[in-house]
Ligand binder design. Structure first.
Ligand SMILES: [Fe+2]
Length: 265
């Protein structure tokens, strides 16, 4: 992919997202969610490009990463406009919706050398529980990259919300969990075992935070792990939770895993 193709994708995305962010007929809260997704997409795009550069990928692969970052959540805008929620279980799978939106736009039609497939696979699978077997070899590195870049930005979005008491800005979470409730023992046990708990196990805001802790087990690239360390993500999550032995215990494995990944890749 070259710079001109990236510019075409960027121009398309900005116009597309802007249309939803300016929509007159919608509630202010819905518009705020659109703006949030546009900002998230821009930041993930930059994060993906920087990770690709740190990994020593060639310029064409870096540009493809940047484009994928921008497009990975393309399905969020029409999902919110149509259903008024970002909860996939109550609406549509936003990744599949994103593939549909991007295909219908024809914005990738001029991309050659498998770039179209790599980007569409990245969009389609960025939110899955894991990277499926049997995916085309050219798509796998980009899928790992977008999953890492997405998590890195989501950590910051929620850490900011926890710190500034703005969790109510995220009704998708705030309306569905007990904000004052304790950690669910089954969920904490999953994190201690080095696994990512299912979203279905989340009962409280504490559970949501511990689920975020478990994401370190799913980071693929060493530069991603280093960023989590440099940004003190685990320490900041820890500070946002009650000071109990049970919670402290769930952090130990995650911290050790992250340190090991930062050292050995
Ligand atoms: Fe997403």
């Amino acid at each position: 992919m070259n710079e001109a193709e990236l510019k075409g994708i960027r121009d398309w995305f900005e116009l597309y997202a802007d249309r939803y962010c300016r929509e007159n007929g919608c509630r202010e809260s819905v518009r705020a969610m659109m703006v949030l997704k546009r900002e998230h997409s821009r930041r993930v795009s930059q994060e993906a490009a920087t990770l690709a550069s740190d990994l020593g990928w060639n310029r064409s692969d870096q540009i493809t990463s940047e484009a994928l970052g921008l497009l990975h959540d393309a399905g969020r805008f029409s999902q919110m406009a149509e259903f008024g929620t970002f909860r996939d279980v109550e609406s549509v799978n936003h990744a599949l919706r994103g593939v549909q939106v991007v295909q219908e736009s024809k914005v990738l039609d001029r991309c050659r050398g498998g770039r179209r497939e790599q980007i569409l696979d990245g969009i389609r699978l960025h939110n899955g529980l894991r990277v499926p077997a049997g995916l085309s070899a050219g798509s796998v590195p980009f899928l790992h990259l977008i999953r890492d870049a997405d998590k890195l930005d989501i950590f910051e979005i929620f850490l900011d919300a926890f710190r500034n008491n703005r969790i109510h800005d995220y009704p998708e979470i705030a309306h569905h969990v007990d904000l004052e409730g304790p950690v669910s023992p089954e969920l904490a046990a999953e994190v201690r075992a080095g696994r990512i708990p299912s979203y279905r196990m989340i009962r409280s805001l504490c559970d949501w935070k511990l689920l975020q802790v478990s994401w370190v087990f799913d980071l693929h690239y060493r530069p991603s792990c280093r960023r989590v360390g440099e940004r003190r993500v685990l320490e900041r999550l820890r500070d946002s939770l009650p000071d109990t032995a049970e919670i402290a215990g769930t952090f130990e494995g995650a911290r050790a895993h992250l340190e090991m990944r930062c050292r050995t890749g």
